[in-house]
Design a protein around this ligand. Structure first.
Ligand code: ADP
Ligand code: MG
Length: 703
């Protein structure tokens, strides 16, 4: 089966050439059990390595089944080692974390057997080596003799004609050593078994032939007992794609090494979490430039603020156009009115009412929670608030009565009476008040005037000027009537004339002492001095998930939209924005790079701890590509788990807090792709890092 003709091997080390083997001429046949002996350094391991294709030779010719090997390239050797040779080592080289059964089953994957066949064959083989009682035990828990028998079982699983064993009994006590030799003797009846031993006496009663080396030369070659030569058997490999084999091993590793799998999963979770957070922070960046977002801002998620791209106030034409857009529940021209914050604190001896909040549109009331009724007229109000059990009875005492509210909008504030007609005792809606649409318009009027309203007060002798900084309409006034606490002195005093521009104003009595420097004028006059102007509208969406598409259609129609829900304005494209986004992407890329490097380092540490296992996989016949696939699949599966975990977490958060929902399908996809690429890069980098290294210096097998 194996024939060496004048084979020589030299070692070149820093210019010094030392001899490994000198002109070896040997022939081996299936059925032989050969002991190779000799002093330390005589070339025993070298010979075994040359025969098993682990090491190269320089001179002569090695024939395998009659085929010259001097023309073999790397792939041919790989193929040879994979299918024709099984290895047994002094230090066993088992996958310690695997069970006995899994160690053998894994070796059987390479022959393309399905799960059931693998199990059946593995159990058969383990019975043969006498380990059938230890199937589920971890390999690390076995005694030395048992470990070596497992190594033999694994070699048998490879179903090769040649088994090479370098000092297989070197670590064993003599009883276990004998067991192992007897077993190999058994095996040798149908295979060629070559063992290296420096304890020939122990092996003598089993082997069929003895070869002694000295200084790289054969000095003794003796038949000990006859053997019956066998023909090489045709090994049938079942077709199975390499990727599938790798996937099976990955799965084995995942469940066979739960601690390492968990560690990988944790690293992936951290990495994926960072990617989600960084990407999410990019999505959240939005400063609402181009929009007047007030300090006290009614940030309900369905709200979308819209302005014209040219910055001009919105007109009826705009209103018509916006009305035609889908997915919008209502358009609120009086946008600013939505940001009026009402507060109220009322407490008596046995009643108590506190409120703070913004206006809201509530379509459906749960009648059980509604105390009183819904506002029907201007000046009426309903408060949504949570009423403590003990105040439930007394709260009705507040209804249908005027209550003074403190109203504020940024630096603007006033007090105003409303008739409280209802209380909606629903904690989910707390912090909202309901008024009629007309009343919302009234509120809006408070925001319309800004600047100085200057009137002159004249009599025959002199004239002076009075400034008002707030002008509000008052429905009780008509024509040129005005009222202000500051003007009460001039009411009914004909000697004075009050003028605004060319209009003569008629002062009437004003009771509102607190409203200092405020002037109330008739609605007609109000419309002429402050024509209504709508710098921005608010649109209410039916569904917050429509925000992005609504913003897009707004943009197409010539508007910029600001969605509270999205909390940013992605479609807002000025040069500044483009630069800004560019830098944000740069920061994203940089942070990703750092994350990649960090998680690579941790992964490398974990994978390094698995290198031993990967090397063993190579020994039992897996190819380089298999190992690369396994590394990639291991990283990828942990990333996929982590990714799915965070997608679920985000879905959960989204359901609970709609405002968090900034991720859309394409964002999930992009984050998925980023993570996938991270897995690819980590694998590639690790493989490059590992290239050329091998764990066993005497085993020139790269991972
Ligand atoms: P044995 O297994 O019989 O103890 P080896 O086959 O390991 O002997 O070594 C045979 C000779 O080759 C020794 O002189 C050893 O120093 C030399 N040798 C083995 N491997 C190398 C190597 N990688 N580089 C240089 N010399 C080596
Ligand atoms: Mg040796």
């Amino acid at each position: 089966m194996i024939k060496l003709v004048n084979v020589s091997k030299y070692y070149h080390n820093e210019g010094v050439v030392s001899l490994g083997l000198r002109k070896i001429n040997l022939e081996f046949n299936i059925g032989e059990f050969v002991a190779i002996t000799g002093e330390s350094g005589s070339g025993k391991s070298t010979l075994l390595n040359v025969i098993s294709g682990i090491d190269t030779y320089e001179d002569g010719e090695l024939y395998i089944n009659g085929e010259e090997t001097s023309y073999y390239d790397d792939e041919d050797w790989e193929e040879y080692r994979k299918n024709k040779v099984a290895f047994i080592f002094q230090n066993y080289n088992l996958i310690d974390s695997y069970s006995v059964l899994r160690n053998v089953e894994t070796a059987l994957v390479n022959q393309g057997y399905d799960l059931k066949t693998r199990r059946k064959k593995a159990i058969e083989i383990l019975e043969r080596v006498g380990l059938n009682k230890h199937l589920k035990h971890r390999a690390s828990k076995l005694s030395g003799g048992e470990k070596q028998r497992l190594a033999i079982a694994r070699a048998l699983a490879k179903d090769s004609d040649l088994i090479v064993a370098d000092e297989p009994t070197g670590n064993l006590d003599s009883a276990s050593g004998k067991q192992v030799l007897a077993l190999l003797n058994e095996v040798a009846k149908e295979k060629l078994v070559l063992i290296v031993t420096h304890n020939y006496e122990q092996a003598e009663s089993y082997v069929t032939r003895k070869i002694r080396l000295f200084d790289g030369e054969v000095v003794e070659d003796k038949e000990i007992r006859p053997f019956s030569p066998q023909k090489p058997h045709e090994k049938t490999l079942n077709p199975m794609s390499e990727l599938k084999k790798s996937a099976i091993v990955t799965l084995n590793n995942f469940f066979g090494q739960p601690r390492k799998s968990l560690l990988m999963l944790l690293v992936s979770l951290a990495t994926v979490a960072f990617v989600f957070l960084i990407y999410g922070s990019l999505l959240n960046v939005g400063d609402g430039r181009g929009f007047y977002v007030r300090e006290s801002f009614n940030a309900y998620p369905e709200r979308v603020i819209v302005v014209r791209k040219d910055g001009e106030p919105l007109t009826d034409v705009d209103y018509q156009r916006l009305s035609k857009l889908p997915k919008i529940k209502r358009i609120i021209k009086e946008d600013a009115a939505l940001d009026f914050n009402f507060t109220l604190g009322q407490s008596g001896i046995n009643n108590y009412l506190y409120f703070g909040g913004f206006p809201a549109f509530i379509e459906k009331f749960d009648q059980k929670k509604l105390i009183g009724r819904i506002p029907k007229e201007e000046g009426e109000i309903l408060l949504c608030t949570y009423v403590y059990e003990e105040y439930l009875n007394s709260v009705e005492g507040f209804l249908e009565k005027d209550i003074e509210f403190y109203i504020s909008l940024n630096y603007f504030s006033l007090r105003k009476n409303y008739k409280l007609v209802g209380i909606y005792n629903n904690p989910e809606q707390a912090g909202k008040y309901v008024i009629t649409e007309d009343e919302l318009k009234n509120l809006y009027n408070y925001t319309r005037f800004s600047g100085d309203f200057t009137i002159t007060i004249e009599n025959s002798e002199d004239f002076f000027i009075h400034n008002f900084y707030r002008v509000f309409p008052d429905k009780k006034l008509t024509g040129n009537q005005v009222s202000s606490f500051d003007l009460n002195d001039y009411v009914n005093r004909d000697e004075y004339t009050l003028k605004w521009k060319d209009r003569v104003l008629i002062p009437v009595e004003c009771q509102k002492e607190s409203d200092y420097r405020i002037i109330y004028i008739s609605p007609e006059l109000f419309e002429t001095i402050v024509p209504p102007e709508y710098p921005q509208y608010t649109l209410d969406l039916y569904k917050v998930s429509d925000a992005q598409s609504v913003l897009q259609s707004l943009y197409k129609e010539g508007y910029y939209g600001y969605s509270v829900h999205l909390s940013f304005n992605r479609q807002y494209q000025t040069i500044d924005d483009i630069i800004y986004k560019f830098f944000m992407r740069l920061i994203l890329a940089f942070t990703l790079l750092v994350i990649y490097l960090l998680s690579y380092l941790i992964y490398r540490a974990i994978l390094n701890s698995k290198i031993h296992d990967y090397t063993i996989l190579r020994i039992i016949g897996f190819q380089k590509t298999n190992i690369r696939q396994i590394i990639f699949l291991e990283i990828l599966t942990s990333f996929i788990f982590a990714y799915l975990f965070f997608v679920l977490v985000y879905q959960f958060i989204r359901l609970k807090y709609p405002i968090m929902d900034v991720y859309e399908f394409k964002d999930y996809l992009l984050v998925g792709i980023i993570n996938f690429l991270l897995a690819v890069f980590i694998t590639m980098r690790f493989i490059r890092y590992q290239k050329g290294k091998s764990l066993f210096s005497n085993l020139k097998v790269e991972v």
